[in-house]
Ligand binder design. Sequence first.
Ligand code: 4AD
Ligand code: MG
Length: 434
Amino acid sequence: MSTPIVRIEQLPKFIGETVQVQGWLFNKRSKGKIHFLQLRDGSGFVQGVMHINDAVSEEVFQMCKGIPYESSVTVTGVVKDDDRAPSGVELVTQDVVCHHQPETDYPITKKEHGPDFLLNHRHLWLRSSKQHAILRIRDSVITAIRNFFSDEGFICLDAPIFTPNACEGTTNLFETQYFDRSAYLSQSGQLYMEAGAMAFGKVYCFGPTFRAEKSKTRRHLTEFWMIEPEVAYANLDDVMVLAENMLCAIIKHVLEHRQPELRTLERDIGKLEAIKAPFPRLQYDDAVEKLKELGHDFEWGGDFGAPDETAISEAFDQPVFVHRFPQAIKAFYMKRDPEDDRLSLSVDLLGPEGSGEIIGGGQREESIEVLEEMIEKHELPKEAFEWFLDLRRYGSVPHAGYGLGLERTVAWICGTEHVRECIPFPRMMYRISP
Ligand code: 4AD
Ligand code: MG
């Protein structure tokens, strides 16, 4: 019988058996007649212990002595229970076949590297344990979101990336040549999801969105992924409930499936376990009062800056909804608050622990007259929105939705300072490679 090839995360199911692991050598230590080979295969990390004895050939033992980091190897060994190991097992190694040995030293070492060096080597940095953990959590967040919306009866209806019109204002649009005319890279799939909601009732899109953000902050990327649900016959309150249920489902899924990764990141898991719906809801006016109480110099009517968001979120230990922002600082499509014309039925969700705004959304204006007025007021080209106005010409209904920024959500869950580590290949104002 041939030796089974097993992924490292599955090794605890093979205790006492001889298996093969296909991976890379990320670290190594030798002590006389023993090598400790640190292996990774993408699913996890495990130590291979090689003693010089009858089961191991002298030739293989010598080869392992000089083998450089990041050599690709197939390792054969017996899986042994080991409580002290993070993976719970160790591989008593009998044979190593090396597929490729680097000829120069692997550039990323144990010493501290600066962020520029690491970002320049992002194609290799992905292999490091912390980055590996963050991106596996990112994957779990995506799975949780897709499962959640599927269970809630939503259809995934993706939006185009080349668009003829702006959704989130014209200041941060990426313009691109599109044959003999110009087009914009999508800032948000929302307008298309509004069409989708009128066709399917409950839809969402999940894709990359683009903003020519000139701000160099730890929360801004020029290309980021957004999940945007849109629901027909829903109001502002309905989407707040949807958003909090979605976030709780995400946290639950990550806690169930990504404990080793959270440990690698030294995340305070108690903070995630404590997240519970319903989240506090704060009207913009009350948030402004709160900021003034906290000694912030903030005028009614302005948008929150990062320090304001942090101050508000630190007053709570849950994510906080801030709703009913002034109409004037929100996008053209926001519905006016029927109770107060200065306000809009908008909502932002501020993540805990200073993670900032992770969700933006609200109820949409369903009246064609008001929308036309807003398009004019925002100096948007009406022709480009004719298709969108059709949604108000034919069976317009109240509807609402939101966008969740994937990388900011992952940054919060991972306890990571900067969103650039929460996407495989970050795009920022000064970075477009690798
Ligand atoms: O608040 P925003 O701009 O909302 C919209 O785009 C709506 N059209 C969404 C909708 O209602 N369907 O963006 C939504 C979220 C933000 O809360 C934030 O999490 C994230 O997208 N985001 C960014 N993430 C990283 N880098 C940037 N430059 C981001 N800009 C927004
Ligand atoms: Mg926003």
